[in-house]
Design a protein around this ligand. Sequence first.
Ligand code: GDP
Ligand code: MG
Length: 176
Amino acid sequence: MSEYKLCVFGSGGVGKSCLTMQFVQGIFMPKYDPTIEDVYKKNVEIDGRQYSLEILDTAGTEDFSAMRDLYVKNSHGFVLVYSITSRATFNDLDEFYNRIVHIKDTEIHGQPPLVLVGNKSDLEGERVVLRQDGQELARRWKCTFLETSAKVQLNVNEIFFDLVRQINRTTNKQFT
Ligand code: GDP
Ligand code: MG
């Protein structure tokens, strides 16, 4: 069984906890405590293989503490979340991305496994970030892009499945 550590980043209120809860427990918790930062575990089968996933749902993510840096260093893959209803949360992701790239030393190790997520896609009427904006950013970062809804359970499992497949690809590369 492969054990993978995953980190979920993004500004407050974008739906990090709801996405994590939806994936781990299959429920939508509309009022999850925004100050809780915790690790959630889930065993899943993906493409016929068993995985033990440890997902860090971050909170109060403005400052990168030494402990957070250590999490990044030890993580295999990253989920960067914004809300399609907030331009600011989209712009905020640059800082998270730069920090990850810096800590993971991508010039040596290559691009880290990463999924860019535009959440709250059920709120189409309140959309301010175009799908195309997300696609362009993902092209720049050479990562996967998904629009999701934790509320109506759209593309939530896909985030984590894609991340696991990306990690497998980078791991395989190291041994071939
Ligand atoms: P976090 O601070 O990033 O962990 O955000 P939360 O997961 O706590 O969610 C913040 C707020 O957005 C809560 O009121 C949730 O109910 C709401 N929310 C989260 N995901 C969705 C979604 O996909 N659609 C809608 N409509 N609301 C969402
Ligand atoms: Mg939260």
